[in-house]
Structure formats: structure tokens, C-alpha cells
Design a protein around this ligand. Structure first.
Ligand SMILES: *[C@@H]1O[C@H](CO)[C@@H](O)[C@H](O)[C@H]1NC(C)=O
Ligand SMILES: *[C@@H]1O[C@H](CO)[C@@H](O)[C@H](O)[C@H]1NC(C)=O
Ligand SMILES: *[C@@H]1O[C@H](CO)[C@@H](O)[C@H](O)[C@H]1NC(C)=O
Ligand SMILES: *[C@@H]1O[C@H](CO)[C@@H](O)[C@H](O)[C@H]1NC(C)=O
Ligand SMILES: *[C@@H]1O[C@H](CO)[C@@H](O)[C@H](O)[C@H]1NC(C)=O
Length: 331
């Protein structure tokens, strides 16, 4: 997200399911050496006990306006989630620095390119400094590739208006200059298949690598609709990995577009399995993160998109994720 919002996905959290007598299924253990994570939502993390339990067990927190005014940073809510993650032994991803949406009002077109450049550097430096040693991966860039490829390469937003094709390299270079440890990601949607948009990203990133722009990994959001997992997801992950990059599934959810029934839940389970399987089959795929935890707190209302239902009970998708990490066949 943006200059103003930061959301974090916490990985490595134990997600337990199963009858008291059965051996508990702990996704974070099954995923190793990969991470299994979830975006934690601060609105509920400290208010819905069952949600918190699944998370401690698992998370998705998002806080708005970390920099509501120029140089006025509010780290409070973000610090809470970081403390929480540490308390449950979770790895954290940070999200994000450069996005065309959800910008605070003071970041607008009235700034000159020089002023915006300074604001960007300042923002990245202050936040990465604050969380030094606590975040293993940053989505430095979010959703910058155009939806009108190949005619247009980058989205038309304040960053590309002011910096042109230098926008992404600037943010990545500022991030690397602050801290060499975290993996630096470009995160996007619509790039999960081999298609015009992912081809464009592939070319952009190849150019970055040739030019020495610091980039470590690509995040594939993976917001899917039921029954529509691209069959070439794995081949696509592998072609980016072959460039020498890590890849990750960063915002996975699968939309039923209607109330759950047994048929739809079984298909959703197969779909989750397919995505996790594609990651497991790709050596440099480092993590799978779901975008939320339970269906009642998803960003997509009434889509029944997640592996836990509104009562925080594991759905068939949960068991399918476990199967995929364990190398078991598609359910
Ligand atoms: C929390 O879980 C318990 C046990 O499953 C259930 O009885 C209770 O209704 C849940 N609370 C909420 C707020 O969902
Ligand atoms: C645009 O940014 C300038 C400089 O930060 C600020 O003074 C102005 O109020 C902003 N405009 C809007 C509409 O928020
Ligand atoms: C790209 O531009 C060509 C020529 O102007 C046009 O025919 C085509 O529809 C455009 N494609 C997209 C995806 O906008
Ligand atoms: C089950 O749910 C799916 C997805 O919402 C829907 O398309 C399908 O018609 C439903 N089937 C039944 C038997 O209700
Ligand atoms: C967090 O919860 C709020 C309120 O339900 C919702 O609007 C928002 O989209 C959620 N964020 C994420 C990342 O799921």
C-alpha cells in the first residue's frame, strides 16, 4: 500500500485444528522450510478473542495513516502487531511503500518531483529504521504495473507522473540503502498467469536486474475466483524464479461469490491445494500468505474466501492446504 498505510502479514504462526485426540495440524510446521502466513487485521486482533486465538495461531493487521502528516509518524498500532508477532514467534512481512492508492492528503500532485522524492526517501527511511531487524521482507512496491499492457507499462499515478520509469527503482534503492537485510519485493495482482501483464513485469524486472536495481523477489497476490486458478501458475512462478528471484504467494483468497455449500467448499479446497502445490513445487517459492484469517473479517464480505469460517472453524480448504504442504494428492 502506499505511502500512508502499512499492513503486515505474519508467518510461522501455528494454526491448530483437529479433535483433541487427533494429532493437531499445524500449518506453519507443515510449511517449513517455507512460511505460511496471514494478513492480520488490527481491528480484530485485540478485540475478537477467537480470531486472536486462531492467529496465535495466525494474523492480519492493517493500520492506516502511519504518516498522517509530513514527518508525523504514528507507529503505535503497527508496533502492537509487531510485539504480538514476536510474542508468538512469527516472522513478519511489511506492506508497503509505493502504491497509487490510500495516500495521505499531503501526498498529492501539488508537490514537486523533488519534494515528492524527498518525502518518499524520508518515509521509507523512517519506517525501515523503526522496524530494523523485525521484518524479513518488505513489499516495497505494490500494484504499479498497468492493466493496459502492452500499450502502457506502468499505472498512471502520482509516482509515475512525477518520476516516470524511475519510480520503482527509486523506492527500491532507498529501501536497500536503509537496510540490506530484508528481502525487497514487487507485489502485484493479475500477474499469476503467463499473460501480457506478467510478461510486462518480467521485462521490467529483467531490466532492473541488468541495471543493478535492488530487487529480491516478486509477490503474487493470488486473489482468485472459485474454479479459476491459472493452470500455468507454477510455470509462471518458475520463470520469475529462474531470473534469480524469490517468489511468494502474498494475498491468497478464493472467492465463492455466494453462500457456501458442500460442492463449492470442496472446489475451494482443491483450488487452495493447487496454489500451495504450485509454491511447494517451486524451489524459490518462500511463502504462502492468505489475505485474512476467517470469513467474517475478510475484505470481501460474503465471499467465504478464507480457510476458516466465521466461527473460526477450519474449512475443507484448511485441510487441503495441509495436504499440499505435506505433498499429499489433490483432495
Ligand atoms: C468463540 O468460540 C466459542 C467456542 O467455539 C464460541 O462458543 C463463541 O460463540 C465464539 N465467540 C464469538 C464471538 O464468535
Ligand atoms: C496537497 O499537498 C499540499 C502540500 O502537502 C497541502 O498543503 C494541501 O493541503 C494538499 N491538498 C489537499 C487537497 O489535500
Ligand atoms: C493497444 O493499442 C492498439 C493500437 O492503438 C489497440 O488496437 C489495442 O486495442 C490496445 N490494447 C489495449 C489492451 O488497450
Ligand atoms: C454452491 O455454491 C456455488 C458458489 O456460490 C454456486 O455456484 C452453486 O450454484 C451452489 N450449488 C448449490 C447446489 O447450491
Ligand atoms: C480489516 O477489517 C476491516 C473491517 O471489517 C475491513 O474493512 C478491511 O478490509 C480489513 N482488512 C484486511 C486487510 O482484511
Amino acid at each position: 500500500m502506499k505511502l500512508a498505510t502499512l499492513a503486515m502479514a505474519v508467518g510461522l504462526l501455528p494454526l491448530v485444528a483437529g479433535a483433541p485426540t487427533a494429532k493437531p495440524i499445524i500449518l506453519r510446521n507443515l510449511a517449513a522450510p517455507r512460511y505460511f502466513g496471514a494478513a492480520a487485521n488490527t481491528t480484530f486482533l485485540f478485540n475478537d478473542k477467537n480470531y486472536t486465538e486462531v492467529i496465535s495461531t495466525q494474523v492480519a493487521v492493517k493500520w492506516e495513516n502511519i504518516e498522517p502528516e509530513p514527518n508525523g509518524f504514528d507507529f503505535g498500532p503497527a508496533d502492537e502487531i509487531v510485539r504480538f508477532a514476536e510474542s508468538v514467534g512469527a516472522q513478519m512481512r511489511g506492506h508497503n511503500f509505493m502504491w497509487g492508492n490510500q495516500l495521505p492528503p499531503w501526498v498529492n500532485t501539488s508537490l514537486t518531483a523533488t519534494e515528492l522524492d524527498k518525502a518518499l526517501e524520508n518515509h521509507i527511511t523512517a519506517i525501515m529504521d523503526h522496524y530494523r531487524g523485525k521484518i524479513y521482507a518488505w513489499d516495497v512496491i505494490n500494484e504499479m504495473i498497468s492493466d493496459n499492457t502492452p500499450n502502457e507499462t506502468f499505472k498512471d499515478n502520482i509516482w509515475t507522473q512525477k518520476f516516470g520509469e524511475e519510480a520503482m527503482p527509486k523506492a527500491l534503492a532507498y529501501a536497500r540503502a536503509v537496510d540490506k537485510q530484508p528481502k525487497l519485493y514487487i507485489n502485484d495482482y493479475g500477474i499469476e498467469s503467463i499473460n501480457s501483464k506478467s510478461d510486462t513485469l518480467y521485462d521490467v524486472v529483467s531490466g532492473f536486474l541488468a541495471d543493478g536495481v535492488p530487487i529480491d523477489a516478486i509477490g503474487f497476490q493470488c486473489h482468485f475466483t472459485l474454479g479459476q486458478i491459472p493452470t500455468d501458475l507454477e510455470a509462471n512462478l518458475q520463470r520469475f524464479a529462474a531470473l534469480g528471484l524469490d517468489v511468494a504467494v502474498t494475498e491468497l483468497d478464493i472467492n465463492l461469490r455466494g453462500p457456501a455449500n458442500a460442492t463449492a467448499l470442496a472446489q475451494q479446497a482443491r483450488d487452495y491445494w493447487s496454489v500451495v502445490h504450485a509454491c511447494v513445487n517451486t524451489r524459490r517459492c518462500v511463502s504462502v500468505s492468505v489475505w485474512g484469517v476467517s470469513d467474517d473479517h475478510s475484505w470481501i464480505p460474503n465471499g467465504e474466501v478464507l480457510p476458516w469460517d466465521a466461527e473460526k472453524q477450519p474449512k475443507p480448504a484448511f485441510y487441503a492446504i495441509a495436504d499440499a504442504f505435506e505433498g499429499k494428492p489433490r483432495p
